[in-house]
Write a protein that binds this ligand. Structure first.
Ligand code: AMP
Length: 280
């Protein structure tokens, strides 16, 4: 496995790969890799000839009072996991090269980014789209693989690709969960055993919603109320939002149409912000 730090080297290497006819797959990550990330690598490997994993904790997608400084960084273990999984190139640029002092250009998607996480994290998706466009320019991917766990991110990046005519296909992998149902996340390392136990109520509440829909409930209000009620029992959980939205535009649904919508939840487990969703 090649490890590339320099942005210029990454770009000229990717251009070379493309001109030799290789299909490039990119898996963008912020590191602290877990099984969810590795499942996306497997998808990229299946679909392309050369898999690039970027590992970059992107400062522009964190708000001023968020966890950028304490976000877990485990580069050596990450590189080992990438090597074991058959990644061809790990791209690990520095903040200084990606966002130098005089950096001043941002990409902003204005509709899909506005609701859900966009309400409590107003700069977040601009940081995501900006870094994704930069990573796409540097790695020239035929496909880029993202995880459904970050459903709004998937929709925003897909929209950016469409709006800006980017020659990259966005592929979405399913949410990977630990055996107890908790969606794997780099932020799970923040959770104490007690917090983790309470955080499990998030995936449990999604399951309750799914069961309600499977047994015929079509009222969004009833499903949202039930999920909110379930989460209210956990002392350490504070709900940020519970919404039923359509998958592409992330617009609030009026009635449930099975197979077309997602129930999305964001909640604090004490100081840890967690998100999860389920297809209804
Ligand atoms: P992150 O490192 O958290 O920025 O995530 C990098 C990529 O991994 C994003 O496309 C995420 O949606 C995806 N991802 C994170 N957690 C999971 C999971 N549990 N299952 C599948 N993909 C995930």
């Amino acid at each position: 496995m090649q490890i590339i730090q320099s942005v210029n080297e990454m770009q000229s290497h990717a251009i070379g790969l493309r001109s030799s006819g290789r299909l490039i797959g990119l898996v963008p990550t912020m590191g602290c890799l877990h099984e969810g990330h590795l499942s996306l690598i497997d998808i990229a490997k299946e679909k392309t000839d050369k898999v690039i994993v970027s590992i970059f904790v992107n400062p522009t997608q964190f708000g001023p009072s968020e966890d950028y400084d304490k976000y877990p960084r485990e580069l050596e273990q990450d590189l080992e996991k990438c090597r074991d999984r058959g990644v061809d190139i790990a791209f690990t640029p520095s903040v200084a090269e990606m966002f130098p002092q005089d950096y001043s250009t941002y990409v902003k998607e204005e509709h899909i980014s506005a609701g859900l996480c966009g309400i409590s994290r107003p700069q977040h998706f601009q940081g995501v789209t900006t870094v994704c466009l930069k990573l796409f320019n540097l790695t020239r991917p035929d496909i880029a693989v993202f995880g459904r766990k970050d459903a709004q991110q998937c929709a925003v990046v897909k929209k950016m690709v469409r709006d800006l005519h980017l020659p990259t296909e966005i592929v979405i992998g399913p949410t990977l969960r630990d055996a107890d149902g908790l969606a794997t996340s780099s932020r799970n390392v923040y959770l104490s055993p007690v917090q983790r136990e309470e955080a499990l109520n998030i995936s449990k509440s999604l399951k309750i919603a799914k069961d309600m829909v499977d047994s015929g409930t079509r009222s969004v209000d009833r499903v949202v109320a039930e999920v909110t009620h379930h989460l209210a029992h956990s002392r350490r959980i504070r709900v940020i939002y519970v919404n039923v939205v359509d998958r592409e535009r992330m617009e609030l649904a009026r009635t449930i149409e099975p197979g077309k919508q997602l129930l999305c939840v964001a909640a604090w487990a004490d100081q840890t912000r967690l998100i999860d969703n389920i297809e209804l």
